[in-house]
Design a protein around this ligand. Sequence first.
Ligand code: MG
Ligand code: MG
Ligand code: MG
Length: 309
Amino acid sequence: MSAWILGHKNPDSDSIISALACADLYTRRGLDVVPVAQGCPAPETRFILERFGVKAPEVIDSVAGRDVYLVDFSDKAQAPADIDQANLKGIVDHHKLGDVTSSSPIECVIWPVGCTCTVLKRMYDYTGFAVPAPIAGIMLCAILSDTVIFKSPTCTEADRQAARELAEIAGVADIEALGMEIFKAKSAVAGTAPRELIFRDFKDFNMNGSKIGVGQLELVSLDLVADMKGAIEEELARVKSEEGRHTALLLLTDIMKEGSELLMASDDPQRIARAFGHDPEELAKGHLWLDGVMSRKKQVVPALEAAFK
Ligand code: MG
Ligand code: MG
Ligand code: MG
């Protein structure tokens, strides 16, 4: 039985593409692995896979009895419910260390860079295997997506270097133009149900016993969702009431203005506002604008964790 390589729930482009790239690399190394995903590709990811002619991984929801490698996460909250019945073989990631554990030694590469595909590019180099052109193309796109075209505070020189090298392999002349194409594909939200928008890139975190869900929608302009905000907030209240959540947040990130509007449904909205240095009074006036906030991982989650200590 082949081992599975899988990314997190509500898969983003990095989660799906790092599973594909990791499976390519490990297969070259002689391992018996298959890339899988915990969901279908979102429109942005579909655009990327079509552009470079790569097939999406098979969707799975149970890993009991399987050997598994995790990419782009190591939190149980973002894994299939039966993750404890799987045999963890390895992790490739760029997030804070999560709460999975293993019964035998594992291969684990976690670096604080902007994208799992940056880590994987270094792993190709280290092991001496060449990245095939289509894989290089999709890895480049994952880096552009995760680093918001190099604008996110999570972006490092290693990401820029990996992107340059992958662009050369893939034959991409204008990296930034490709980045804008990706975010335009991601910004096509008209006619999408609020629930789908909330869950498109949504992660649950256990913060000192409170379950906090944080979604993020990165758009080229917030005008695109201006007349959907009321409906999104109603749905967010529903999401909060499900699965014992204390709070459900949605970050509407304007990638051109480089900041995020925070929509929330919470048992303690004041605490959330204060976590981001805002006067709770501002809540009465509507939504909170978080200037310069683009990264859930580096700016939002640490602020929330401090507030829930
Ligand atoms: Mg991800
Ligand atoms: Mg990632
Ligand atoms: Mg992201």
